[in-house]
Design a protein around this ligand. Structure first.
Ligand code: GLY
Length: 378
């Protein structure tokens, strides 16, 4: 029977980032994935929207900013450790009010973000094309976030996976964790579709699948899947370089070779992997209104992914409320790519007993749902 210091359920960017850091700290680590590692992660747009995603004070914003700042060094480190270039592009992001109705909310976000960082700029409609020449002047203004850069998500997933394997992590693909083996309220391993593996530390990092993973545990992380559809379009002549993100949630992320990744629809509660005509029509209409050049592009491919959303919108990170040795690390929702570097580092420190890190992670503790449940019962 195999024994590991830590077993991780879920081989996406979160699971593999944690596995990589734990292995580098000298622990033996196994990752199990029910499918192929990184299935949900590779569907992502790759935006590092540590400012774009925040409109008011939020405990997540500090670690999001910290994680975004890690990317330049991480790119070099992962290239060294895995041979994979994550294609970090430093062109910034335009958050756009497509209509006058979108403008008040965007101005409010601008006031919040510019109060914290003087590099955040407001652009009037006529000024928008001076920052991104492909942009329409038919907008109601935009925020320019020069530090919200982007990476290619499938390459980040592959780099973390390969770096983890090279650091000694055993990755078991197409091998689902069926249940956690518990004795006297303490974890002693997992049962998978192929056998039993021992460990006194298990992490549920199964993203959109984490809410139903350990059905026998008396606390399940309150996570729902949120399906998203995407399309990529290839341009041949002029192509934008900045990420364009509309207030209504439609975004265009320019990748290498003039590939424009356009996302994403949102269907809470759905794992369905079909791409609907209506979803793609809506994305193309909204995207081409901002970047008319998209109409000249060739459709490359379409796909779907699932985001793991928690019931209060924050990640769920920390000890399981009743099973000793079981940790939860999920609920990164729209920000898994952005948060993967800092999550790996924080989880490594947390599992190795760092009290300062436990304090940083306190707002994300699974215990917050227990407290709410008890309050409701009183
Ligand atoms: N991170 C963008 C999305 O979830 O669509």
């Amino acid at each position: 029977m195999r024994r590991y210091d830590v077993i991780i359920a879920g081989g996406g960017v979160i699971g593999c980032s944690i596995a990589y850091r734990l292995a580098k700290s000298g622990l033996s680590v196994a990752v199990f994935d029910a499918g192929t590692a990184g299935k949900a992660s590779i569907a992502a747009g790759g935006m590092l929207g540590a400012q774009n995603e925040f409109e008011y004070e939020n405990p997540l914003m500090n670690i999001a900013l910290e994680s975004r700042a890690m990317f330049p060094d991480l790119r070099d480190e992962l290239f060294e450790e895995s041979g994979v270039d994550i294609e970090l592009r430093k062109a910034g992001l335009l958050k756009v009010a497509a209509t006058a109705d979108d403008k008040p909310a965007l101005l409010k976000q601008y006031a919040f973000l510019s109060g914290k960082d003087a590099s955040v700029k407001w652009l009037e409609p006529d000024d928008v094309p001076s920052v991104e020449s492909c942009m329409s002047i038919e907008t109601a203004g935009a925020i320019y976030l020069e530090k919200d850069n982007q990476v290619k998500a499938p390459l980040l997933a592959r780099a973390f996976l390969q770096a983890a394997v090279n650091a000694g992590v055993h990755v078991y693909e197409r091998e689902a964790v069926i249940r956690v083996v518990v004795e006297a309220n303490t974890v002693c391993g997992v049962q998978t579709t192929r056998g039993v593996f021992h460990s006194d530390r298990v992490i549920n990092a199964a993203g959109a699948w984490s809410g139903t993973l350990f059905a026998e545990a008396d606390f399940m992380p309150p996570i729902i899947p949120v399906k998203g559809e995407c399309i990529s379009v290839k341009l041949s002549e002029a192509a934008p370089v900045k990420t364009v993100f509309a207030v209504d949630g439609c975004y265009i992320v320019p990748k290498r070779n003039k590939e424009m990744l356009i996302g994403a629809t949102s269907y809470p509660g759905s794992f369905d992997s079909s791409v609907t005509a209506g979803g793609i029509r809506s994305l193309l209409n909204r995207a081409a209104r901002l970047l008319p050049v998209l109409d000249e592009g060739i459709i490359d491919r379409t796909w779907t992914g699932v985001r793991p959303q928690s019931s209060d919108g924050l990640p769920i990170i920390g000890a399981h409320p009743s099973i000793k040795g079981l940790s939860i690390c999920t609920g990164h929702y729209r920000n898994g790519i952005l948060l993967s570097p800092v999550t790996g580092v924080l989880m490594e420190r947390y599992l190795n007993g760092c009290e300062k890190t436990a304090a940083v992670l306190a707002p994300f503790s699974p215990f917050r749902f227990q407290t709410k449940k008890e309050e409701l019962l009183v």
